[in-house]
Write a protein that binds this ligand. Structure first.
Ligand code: G3P
Length: 220
């Protein structure tokens, strides 16, 4: 499964990139606004920090003509850029246009398998299925992910299912179990994936025993 960090903060991207396990970055207008920096400069800095990774940057218009202009502008900034497009009618039309031109797309704000079908048929590179925002409504957000993974496999669509709106490590476990291709998450969720109390206590015991014995790797 590919691992993306969901952030507009370049320092967070650099930290996640240091571990060598990061496949890409997703941003959205809220995250870019929160960064306090310009859209283009932020996206370009992220591309540099994650060489070869897919970096999603979102259009903000809602009519086809303006969305197309924005998409072509954003895509021209860097070859790693994936144009993020909301799942609205002009958005699906835009994804078809961009996919015909060989421009990668990430269709966002997808909540149902019906919406995912529209994105897959239009040639989306990624289908961003939101989980946490559905859980917030006391409904299991993972159901649509599982259905979408099955739909894509059954019909042989090339789109990758991207689990978004990930809030905690259990969502990551469920993403793995569903067979989703990608999960994007805040840095704090990636950090939580490293952690287990038995890892910490086990390491402490190894080190205590080693030190008590007065051993050294570099013998004099
Ligand atoms: O980038 C889209 C998505 O991951 C946002 O998550 O936590 O705002 O629902 P959240």
């Amino acid at each position: 499964m590919k691992l993306f960090v969901d952030t507009g903060d370049i320092e967070e991207v650099k930290r996640a990139a240091e571990w060598g396990v990061l496949d890409g970055v997703t941003t959205n207008p809220t995250l870019i606004a929160k960064s306090g920096k310009g859209f283009k400069e932020t996206v370009l800095a992220i591309c540099e920090a994650v060489p070869g990774g897919d970096i999603s940057a979102e259009v903000v218009a809602t009519d086809y003509d303006t969305m197309l202009k924005e998409a072509l502008e954003i895509a021209s900034w860097h070859p790693q850029i994936v144009v993020k497009v909301p799942l609205i009618e002009p958005g699906v039309r835009l994804v078809k246009t961009l996919s015909d031109k060989g421009i990668k797309t990430n269709v966002t704000l997808v909540f149902t398998v019906g919406q995912a079908l529209m994105a897959a048929k239009a040639g989306a590179t990624y289908i961003s299925n939101f989980v946490g925002r559905v859980d917030d409504l006391a409904t299991d957000g993972m159901n649509a992910v599982t259905e979408t993974v099955e739909m894509v496999a059954t019909y042989g669509y090339r789109s990758e299912v991207l689990v978004a709106s990930v809030r905690h490590p259990l969502h990551v476990l469920q993403a793995i179990q569903s067979g989703a291709h990608v999960a994007t998450m805040p840095l704090k969720v990636i950090e939580a994936l490293f952690k287990h109390p038995l890892t910490d206590s086990g390491l402490q015991r190894f080190l205590d025993d080693w030190n008590k014995a007065g051993l050294s790797i570099f013998e004099k």
